[in-house]
Design a binder for this molecule. Sequence first.
Ligand SMILES: Nc1nc2c(c(=O)[nH]1)N[C@H]1C(S)=C(S)[C@@H](COP(=O)(O)O)O[C@H]1N2
Ligand SMILES: [Mo]
Length: 542
Amino acid sequence: MKFKHIGTGALIGALLTAPQMAVMLLASQLAAFPFVPFDVFDWITPLLPGPVITFGIDRMIDMLLILRLDVADTAKSAEQIIAVLLFFFLGVLAGAVFYTVLALRRSPADRLSGLVLGGLYGLPMVAISLDRLADGVSPVMAAAWLLALFLGWGLLLSISCRRLSAVPKRADEDEARSVQVINRRQFLITLGAGAATVTVAGAGLGALLMRDERRSQQAELDASMAHQADETIRKVFPNSDDPVVPAPGTRPEYTPVKDHYKVFIKLTPPEIDGAVWRLPITGLVDHPLLLSLEDIRNNYPAHDQYITLSCISGDLGSTLISTTQWTGARLQDILADAGVQPEAKYLRVTSGDGFYETVSLELIQSDERIMFCYAWDGNNLPVDHGFPLRIWIPDRYGMKQPKWITAVEVTGQYEEGYWVRRGWDEVAQVKTTSVIDTVAVDAILQEGDQPRVPVGGIAWAGDRGISEVEVRVDGGDWQPAQLRSPLSETTWVIWRYDWIFEPGHHLFEVRCTDGNGTPQIERRSDVRPSGATGIHQREADL
Ligand SMILES: Nc1nc2c(c(=O)[nH]1)N[C@H]1C(S)=C(S)[C@@H](COP(=O)(O)O)O[C@H]1N2
Ligand SMILES: [Mo]
């Protein structure tokens, strides 16, 4: 009896939660109202212990790799699906619990108790959503809308309970009445059909609007890129006359901004209005500053730098590494205006998405290149990449470099950053690494008497440069590759090795040495906690 209630309750919970989410999605697209499943997910993840999150991320990445999906592109959608499934599961659970409570009461389920239960279930989630409401959305309207949805959810649950626990009429009773009585099966079919209709219509329309929005954002980006592309053709890269041409199939040396890898802790990036955004620089300073984007652009010399950025969670040969041109103002210049006091030791940098990091003033004083950056590839930072402002620290993985900066406090107190608190390396210095992008079996060179196969890829050692790249085939001797001069001392280096063709199945391996003469670590180690090491390999049939 009770188990039956639980099962029926779970089913009703499912039938009510799916359309509820669909309607929420639609309203989130039409009126920028919150999509509660994402908010709940974003609220829960930072509360989980570091190892649990990283375990979850690792399993997800494994799954994406098994499915042969591009990790950089698909990770966010996978997380969003998890968020939706989590909320659905909560709805099923609440349905099972509440339905059982309602059904086991002496008196038949009344609407009031349904409303009360819906409110109890919804209130915490409405609170979570209101706490992270987008700029410009009325909290009162959003709260009213979400509460109505959860109360409606509870009301329908109590109605369902009443209908389903009504004693079905026996066939020999008054026929006219029994025709009117919707029996349980009919009721469930009606409810199921209604739920399916609302879910498909709402989610379909919502997804359509979402795609349109993404398309117009993409179109905007493409338009600025097209304009940029002309300039790029005119823009002469500093190494454009280098005789070492990348082997066919090597990744682009300069990553188109739309292809730059993306990593952020929330399901959607914070959207900051650049016109009203101000950067407070406070704490142990003589003159606290409050800078607009224009102030940062106009009051300090702009510095351009070709920069490779990489993510510490990218395994050997990962796509979580990209190169573009960054523009910004030096921290040394800005901090000179603020007047840092002698007892100050660190900057605590806070971001619009709840991310934070600590940067040592000693590091800033020792490296004038450290910048607050406002442009990539000559344009404003894209929203996903930290608009309006992000920091750049040479030779550190991305995890040490906040995007969407909202505040800077000068302090004497060290505090672990977001990922450091979750078990990742405190310094996060970039590990020297080299990757084989291509064994260009389709581009065999016929010059000379021996055909050669171009092999190529990248090598990267933060700001330490690359002095040597070596390749070996089938465990033979290490042979030096040719190095193309890099875009700058803070980008990856493209290498190339033309291997004398031999038919058969072969194993290619690469290793490199940084600019200080230190060879890369050949011993295999996992990404956590300090970044992957080991030799990258690629097999090819020739
Ligand atoms: N505010 C904020 N800054 C952040 C992050 C984040 O989640 N939030 N992720 C960091 C990590 S782990 C990386 S690898 C880089 C990625 O920058 P990108 O997405 O522009 O490539 O941003 C860093 N800065
Ligand atoms: Mo990262």
